[in-house]
Design a protein around this ligand. Structure first.
Ligand code: CO
Ligand code: ZN
Length: 331
């Protein structure tokens, strides 16, 4: 599984440019799904047919990662940019942006080095390609980049860019591979453009029309030096979402997840997140609505190029999803 995590986290996939990620996933699911399809927006749908009686369940994990787009190129040969998704300026100085054409730019701020705080806007930040002038620049306005960083295996935990949400993609792939039978029709959807506003999940949920929908994504982790007022810890089990800024989880689905975890002795935590949301926000509101929730992997340093998750949480998330999908829905 770690080889797959390495391949997927090192793949290039800013919002709207998820094709490299999608290709890797397709090779892993082609033989195990009953059908595989890519829609107009780029979402990858894999269906595992149920044995009858059950519901339509949609699982979603997003393929895209945060990135940036060139908005201006100066005569001197530097570029300004805008963010694709929730990019924190503090994470950018000294960071490397990799473009679709292979060009690599270094990011810095205008008055570096300095002793004041990093500016809260992207206005003083720029990209440097070592170019002498505008004519020498390998990028132009509208070109898109993702951050570049190799995967690191630290044993029990892993560090990589884009664990948000390639780790969710890995969990969906492994769950699909291990799911021999289910009473439910299960749609494994690898979505696009989550980071810019759950856009892929919005159209995908219209296509699937689920009764029950579960997003598998990362969430913050509270166990850092200045402890956050957030009761989710890395390594203490996947987190069953109760609410976030975009969604109140369906109480029946939340309870079904809790009871299933208890019955199978799978560690879990309850998640209440006051920032951000997931694809479940969109799936909850498609058509006449669905019973929506989310399973979250605690992630330290979220939305930085060095996100950190525990392999135990990943394995327990797969166990919990398999146990849920093999049982009749109790909503
Ligand atoms: Co994210
Ligand atoms: Zn995410």
């Amino acid at each position: 599984m770690k080889n797959l995590i390495k391949a997927l986290t090192e793949a290039y996939g800013p919002p709207g440019y998820e094709h490299a990620v999608r290709e890797i996933i397709q090779t892993h699911i082609a033989d195990v799904a009953d059908s595989v399809e890519v829609d107009a927006l780029g979402n990858l749908h894999a269906v595992k047919k149920g044995a009858g009686e059950g519901l339509t369940i949609m699982l979603a994990a997003h393929m895209d990662e945060i990135g940036l787009m060139v908005s201006y190129v100066s005569d001197k040969g530097f570029a300004r940019f805008t963010a694709l998704g929730g990019v924190f300026p503090d994470t950018l100085i000294g960071n490397r942006a990799l473009f679709t054409n292979g060009a690599m730019g270094v990011i810095n701020a205008e008055n570096w080095p300095r002793h004041d705080k990093v500016d809260g806007s992207h206005k003083t930040l720029y990209l440097d390609f070592g170019a002498k002038s505008k004519d020498d620049m390998p990028v132009r306005v509208g070109d898109v980049a993702a951050f570049q960083r190799p995967f690191v295996d630290l044993g029990n935990v892993m560090v990589a860019k884009s664990l948000d949400d390639r780790i969710g993609c890995v969990i969906l792939i492994e769950t699909l591979k291990q799911l021999d039978q289910s009473p439910h029709d299960v749609h494994f959807v690898f979505t696009v453009q989550e980071e810019v506003g759950v856009r892929g999940a919005t159209t995908a949920a219209y296509k699937v029309h689920p009764d029950v929908s579960i997003a598998v994504d990362v969430t913050d982790s509270g166990d850092v030096p200045e402890r956050k007022n957030f009761e989710v810890n890395m390594g203490a089990g996947p987190a069953i979402k109760v609410m976030d800024r975009g969604m109140l989880a369906h109480p029946g689905l939340k309870n079904w997840m809790v009871e299933t975890a208890n019955a199978h002795n799978i560690p879990y935590q309850m998640e209440i997140l006051t920032l951000g949301s997931t694809d479940a926000q969109a799936m909850q509101l498609a058509h006449e609505g669905s019973a929506a929730g989310a399973l979250s992997i605690p992630c330290r340093h979220i939305h930085t190029p060095s996100e950190m998750v525990s392999i135990d949480d990943v394995e327990n998330a797969i166990k919990l999803l398999l146990a849920l999908l093999k049982s009749p829905a109790k909503l």
